[in-house]
Each structure stands twice: as C-alpha cells, then as structure tokens.
Design a protein around this ligand. Structure first.
Ligand SMILES: [Zn+2]
Length: 135
C-alpha cells in the first residue's frame, strides 16, 4: 500500500459505509431514493424530495465536473505534500450532489472549472477514499 498521505476519516458507520468503503468494487456509491430516484448526499434518513424512507446506496457513473477549486500551499499536515488542489465536483447524475475532493493524479496547472473528471480511489485499509482525476 501507500505512497499516499495519511488522511483523517470519520468513524465508519452504517450510514456512511457505502460511501467510504463502497469503492472496493471500483464504483462510487451514493444513496438513492427507491421511490422517486432522487440521489441523496450526505446521508439523510428520508428523501428530501419525496420524504420516502426507501433509500439505499447505488453505484454512480463516477463522472463529474469541477465546479470550483483552490490550490492549497499551507502545510497543514506534516505528510501531506503541498501544493495540492481542493476541488468541488458535481456528479453527472444530479447537479446538487457535490463532493469536496482532492485531485492528486492531475497536474495542478491542468485543473480548470468546467473540466470533466472521473472518480478514482485511494485505499486506506477498509476505506477507499474517493478522489477525482482528469477524465
Ligand atoms: Zn424520493
């Protein structure tokens, strides 16, 4: 394993296991309403669109668009090499499903708002941290 930096993760629970560990099969998993098809992230016990409780994780395409980013130059963590990109990406499936992410496999000078990206994963034990790279 691991020529990548240590990252801080939340405790893995039933509510977030699909997101943090679902990448084991190579796909990003997001909750989806079984009644109306609305995608839900972060976790909610009920669908915000129709109030259904029939929600379950489903794989998404992994395709997204960069909608904003910044380049961090501050060495906040000792083994996190700077500079690096902190990006907000919007999933293709639904415009209000946005993730904050890093893009360590894409040269910083190539990152642009509006660029198509795809998910990739960085394994940390049972966690497959979703990151994005140029598509
Ligand atoms: Zn719904």
């Amino acid at each position: 394993m691991a020529d990548h930096p240590k990252r801080a993760f939340p405790a893995i629970t039933q509510a977030n296991h699909h997101f943090w560990c679902g990448g084991k099969d190579g796909s990003l998993h997001i909750l989806r309403c079984g009644d109306c098809g609305h995608w839900i992230h972060p976790y909610a016990a009920r669908c915000p669109a129709c109030r259904s409780a029939e929600i379950a994780p489903q794989p998404v395409s992994g395709r997204a668009t960069v909608v904003g980013f910044t380049v961090n130059h501050q060495q906040w963590q000792p083994d996190f090499e700077v500079p690096y990109v902190v990006a907000i990406v919007e999933l293709e499936e639904q415009s209000d499903i946005r993730l904050m992410t890093n893009m360590p496999r894409t040269p910083i000078e190539d990152v642009k708002v509006g660029m198509p990206v795809k998910v990739c994963f960085e394994q940390h034990g049972e966690i497959f941290c979703p990151l994005f790279e140029a598509a």
